[in-house]
Design a protein around this ligand. Structure first.
Ligand code: ATP
Ligand code: MG
Length: 578
């Protein structure tokens, strides 16, 4: 592509609403433009990167026998009611009525549609196994779209689905997809980790996420140093050395004492000269699916230094969304005291105790009277609990659940997610087949997503510097960027055009900056756009019979004789292994 014929409009300044580098750079490069919260146009350069990534995904999936189809984005309510997800998906599912007053939604994911598709065709075990995928636009009415394409409302996803005759086969399909995903993210050259994950509203009982590591990642990952364990903090079992210490202290008599003005755990720790680890706090949540109607309060007991893990709590209470914390008024109505003075003693609500508290003795809790606490509290002597549970957030330095060392913390961007679903959807939707004995069985399923648009931005989040993007060769919009410094010099211009034609013939995409601009402007734009190899062709070099090549990633420069430039570039290209 020649710049003069291309649609490229770069900006000097970052947009004010962009917080992370990749978002700023993509907007500055004119590669994405917002039309509303979480909804973007992919400009021509971005589309090239996206298409290249899609093709990597397509190639790897097809290699493993997955077949492409395309499903509708507009979907009828009736299908979603079969699995009860019309309600369960909450407001994330954008619903609307058509002119006949019928209810429809925009596809946020396609389990219902694909299950409906195959149940009409698959009759026998002989039709199995089947793996299908599509690459298409999804819409999710995210509460807080942000960071450009990272959390869009409209975005491109690859979603794949597997159908098998039994669990064993389904787990093989899952493993095959796991292997394909590894190859896909390796081909991108990305630094990524695979972690155990929560299944969310999709359902099922085994799932793993693929994360591209980056400081700005929304997800918190905990990984063992030897790599034998990795989990999203959402599901990471918590265990530390302190909680395993069994104290032999005698249980002292329960006592109330005054704690005027001591509202937080930090206040209390200071006043009592104890560490936050030795104190116990009580948090109150609503276990209701509709807190406006009924509050269903529950109490959670934790060490003062720990935090509630909202996903563990959501799963414990069997809710569709993360549970809401009670506000001050609600806490008072349940306990009779302000939040800073509350505890489990004498309450008539379910209390769940984090396992970090289970071995503590003679601890302090709020007395459910303002400005008063109990000391020498012991369980089960002084209060009852429903259960001792693992409900806290694990953190760096905690013990690895498999016993192998301590956890290390990373930030990640979730780019892929694979689930073993079992028969949750096939049972709900009556998708069955006849097995070898002529008996009707429910299809075993798996589902597998890759956030295409998110991944392409995540690659830039991982690969950039102060001057701009650094595209990996695998998905760079163009591989070679020719800076023609003296477009009015006929000889130089002819050489640049000749190189451009020869590279294109060899299948090496190139962008030729043929604008009538100063070299400084061209170099700045070339840095910003970040194509892997820059070729600088100018009058001075040409007079010396030379051209300069610069690798964007390393900044490495070399001069090459004019008459060998095409072969040097094509050798370089071959070495990239694309
Ligand atoms: P998240 O936890 O980030 O909201 P999710 O777990 O809800 O994502 P999945 O249902 O697993 O997402 O979707 C498959 C993939 O689609 C994700 O791994 C992610 O890469 C991508 N994706 C999901 N939501 C978005 C979004 N709002 N914008 C861009 N990509 C998304
Ligand atoms: Mg996910």
């Amino acid at each position: 592509m020649k710049w003069s014929k291309a649609y490229i409009f770069t900006l000097k300044d970052s947009p004010s609403d962009a917080e992370i580098p990749s978002h700023k750079l993509l907007v500055r490069a004119g590669m994405i433009r917002k039309i509303g919260q979480g909804v973007h146009t992919y400009g021509p350069l971005m589309l090239r990167a996206i298409r290249k990534f899609e093709n990597i995904v397509r190639e790897e999936l097809e290699k493993s026998g997955c077949i492409e189809l395309l499903m509708p984005i507009v979907q009828p309510k009736e299908l979603w009611e079969e699995t009860d997800r019309w309600n369960k998906m909450g407001k994330g599912l954008l619903k609307f009525k058509n002119r006949l007053n019928q209810d429809w939604c925009l596809g946020a994911t396609h389990e219902e549609v694909i299950t409906d598709f195959v149940r009409k065709d698959i009759k026998s075990y002989r039709d199995l196994p089947i793996q299908l995928f599509q690459i298409a636009t999804k819409y999710r009415d995210e509460i807080r779209p942000r960071f450009g394409l990272m959390r869009g409302r409209e975005f491109i996803m690859k979603d794949a689905y597997s159908f098998d005759m039994d669990k064993e086969q389904a787990l093989l399909a899952y493993q095959k997809m796991f292997d394909s995903y590894n190859r896909i993210f390796q081909r991108l050259g990305a630094d990524f980790r695979v972690v155990n994950a929560d299944s969310g509203n999709i359902g099922g009982d085994q799932s793993q996420e693929f994360h591209i590591l980056a400081e700005s990642g929304e997800d918190h990952l905990l990984v063992s140093e030897d790599g034998s364990f990795a989990a999203n903090v959402e599901v990471c079992p918590a265990s530390d050395e302190d909680e395993n210490i069994k104290l032999s202290d005698e249980e002292a008599p329960l006592e109330v004492f005054d704690t005027p003005g001591l509202k937080t755990i930090a206040d209390l720790a200071k006043a009592l000269k104890k560490s936050e680890k030795q104190l116990v706090k009580t948090m109150f949540y609503s276990a209701s699916k509709d807190p406006q109607k009924d509050l269903k309060p529950v109490g959670i007991l934790l060490r003062g230094s720990d935090e509630v893990n909202p996903i563990k709590l959501k799963n414990l209470l069997d809710l569709n969304d993360e549970p809401l914390m009670l506000n001050e008024k609600e806490v008072r109505s349940v306990t009779g005291a302000n939040p800073g003075s509350c505890g489990p003693i004498g309450l008539n609500i379910p209390i769940y105790m984090d396992k970090g508290v289970a071995n503590l003795k003679n601890y302090t809790v709020g007395a459910n009277k303002d400005d008063k606490h109990y000391k020498n509290v012991n369980h089960p002597r002084d209060f009852k609990t429903e259960r001792v549970v693992d409900i806290r957030l694990a953190k760096e330095g905690d013990l690895v659940p498999n016993g192998k060392g301590k956890l290390k913390s990373y930030r990640g961007i979730e780019v892929g997610h694979i689930f073993y679903l079992g028969t949750v959807y096939s049972k709900a939707m009556n998708a069955s087949f006849l097995d070898k004995n002529g008996k009707s069985q429910s299809l075993e399923m798996g589902c597998y997503g890759i956030g295409i648009s998110r991944t392409v931005q995540a690659v830039i989040e991982q690969n950039h510097d102060k001057d701009g993007m650094i595209w990996p060769v695998a998905i760079a919009p163009y591989v070679v960027h020719i800076c023609l410094l003296d477009p009015k010099d006929e000889k130089v211009s002819a050489l640049a055009n000749q190189l451009y034609d020869e590279l294109n013939k060899l299948g090496i995409d190139c962008l030729l900056d043929d604008r009538d601009e100063r070299p400084g402007v061209k170099f700045k734009d070339a840095d910003l756009l970040g194509m892997p190899l820059r070729v600088i062709l100018g009058g001075r070099g040409v007079a010396n019979g030379e051209v300069e090549l610069v690798e964007r990633k390393t900044g490495e420069k070399r001069s090459v004789a004019l008459n060998s430039m095409t072969s040097v570039i094509s050798d370089w290209w071959r070495q990239q292994g694309i």
